[in-house]
Design a protein around this ligand. Structure first.
Ligand SMILES: *Cc1c(COP(=O)(O)O)cnc(C)c1O
Length: 423
């Protein structure tokens, strides 16, 4: 054990989050619901820990596939999958139902399918943010290049948060906007509620209201928001999200959620026998309803795992889980800022569970992430600058879920202050 690890947790810690017995009880329950591990998990924003119940649901389903036949097993699990879609609709509502929720294999693939299906006029304008997730940005750029549409940046402040005052006063500026234009002059607004590479939360509900007033549809990427911040009342036409991050589900499951009134206006996402039918000579015709966004063959077991993870969340109470995550992030920012010269990039009271750390000069976050895991079994993420066009250089990211303890963040702070933090 290194010198840093032998020091008592209290040395750097400024105390547990507000002496919060309810949060600590929830934390203990979530830890006990998971298998013990020697690893300090601080990567919920990359892939969170699954509960034992989530793992058990998947192994049982795999057995059912082998015993009953995979398609029969899927049919027998129809209720479980419908409940999961309904829970997702509830977490994103009002205005959504289980019928509008379609499983995909990743949020990126769901976003690509959605943008393919979205009908846009000639020379359409899509308003975006600089913090857009890299893969989504590539989808938007491909669509822009293919059909000559324009991507306009919504005004943001120094932290990348959409500046509603500037938007109200001056609209959307830039050459692509012909100098400047109002929200009512764009055809679609797209943004991640919580970016991957910044510990901020967009004012999604307020922006959603402005878009509704302007009659502009909105697509919100909740891959990083769902499960850790409130995603209700945002008012978007469509959402994409993923299982393995703050929902604590397995990899390879994700979804697109569509408000009822947009479904019939969409074309086909990914043409296949599951989403479309052939029209002799013409382009494929979309199947009725949200089926037009279906992907067909998939890892159904991953969806079963997601369903159990959603049941875990519903049982614990989504708002209690969110409060626990926010308290841990606040504690983390207190103890991590300045440790070994690393600087927390967001405000101490930011409502996101994501903590991003700017390295000291000359320190490589990839090397530090590797060393933290190899030497100390602390799991974090290194964010490459390709993740988003608003990044100037690579970062280290720490993200604690409800199952973490303040001591986990203290441990990371001590490690960064020690040899591991120098890369
Ligand atoms: C992770 C992430 C995605 C992509 O999700 P996948 O399931 O990996 O495709 C999209 N947007 C944001 C903000 C993300 O953090």
């Amino acid at each position: 054990m290194t010198e840093a690890l032998r020091r008592p947790a209290s040395e750097r810690s400024t105390g547990v989050p507000g002496g919060d017995p309810a949060g600590e009880l929830l934390g203990r329950r979530w830890r006990e619901a998971r298998s013990p591990t020697a690893v300090t998990h601080l990567d919920a924003a990359g892939a969170a820990r699954q509960s034992r119940a989530t793992i058990a649901a998947q192994t049982e389903f795999l057995r059912a596939e082998a015993e009953l036949g995979a398609y029969v097993a899927e049919l027998t699990a129809a209720d479980v999958l419908a409940t999961a879609r309904s829970t997702l609709a509830g977490l994103l509502g009002p205005g959504l139902t289980a019928d509008g929720v379609v499983f995909h294999q990743s949020a990126s693939a769901a976003f690509a399918a959605l943008l393919t299906a979205w009908r846009l006029p000639e020379r359409a304008r899509i308003a975006v943010v600089p913090s857009e997730y890299g893969s989504n940005r590539l989808v938007l750029e491909a669509r822009a290049a293919g059909s000559g549409l324009d991507l306009l940046d919504l005004p943001v402040d120094g932290r990348g948060v959409v500046d509603l005052d500037v938007l109200d006063r001056a609209g959307i500026a830039g050459a692509a906007a012909g100098g400047s234009c109002g929200l009512d002059e764009v055809d679609l607004v797209v943004f991640p509620q919580v970016p991957s590479q910044r510990g901020v939360v967009q004012p999604a509900a307020e922006l959603g209201r402005r878009c509704a007033d302007a009659g502009v549809p909105v697509v919100i990427d909740v891959a990083q928001g769902l499960g850790q911040v409130d995603t209700t009342g945002l008012g978007a036409s469509a959402y994409v999200g993923t299982s393995r991050k703050w929902l604590c589900g397995p990899r390879g499951a994700a979804f697109v959620a569509l408000r009822t009134e947009v479904i019939e206006r969409l074309g086909v996402g990914v043409p296949s026998l599951y989403s479309a039918r052939s029209a002799a000579g013409g382009p494929p015709i979309a199947l009725a309803g949200a089926a037009r966004m279906s992907v067909g063959e998939a890892s159904v077991v991953a969806r079963i795992g997601l369903a159990q993870a959603l049941a875990d969340l519903a049982a614990a109470g989504p708002s209690a889980v969110r409060a626990r995550i926010a308290a841990l992030a606040a504690h983390g920012r207190r103890v991590l800022d300045g440790a070994g010269g690393w600087r927390v990039r967001e405000r101490p009271d930011s409502p996101s569970g994501i903590i991003t750390l700017q390295p000291p000069d000359g320190v490589d976050p990839v090397a530090v992430r590797d060393r933290l895991f190899r030497d100390l079994q602390i799991l974090t993420s290194a964010i490459p600058s390709t993740r988003s066009r608003d990044l100037r250089g690579p970062l280290l990211r720490a993200s604690a879920h409800a199952y973490n303890e303040p001591a986990d963040l203290d441990r990371l702070a001590r490690a960064l202050a020690g040899r591991a933090g120098r890369g």
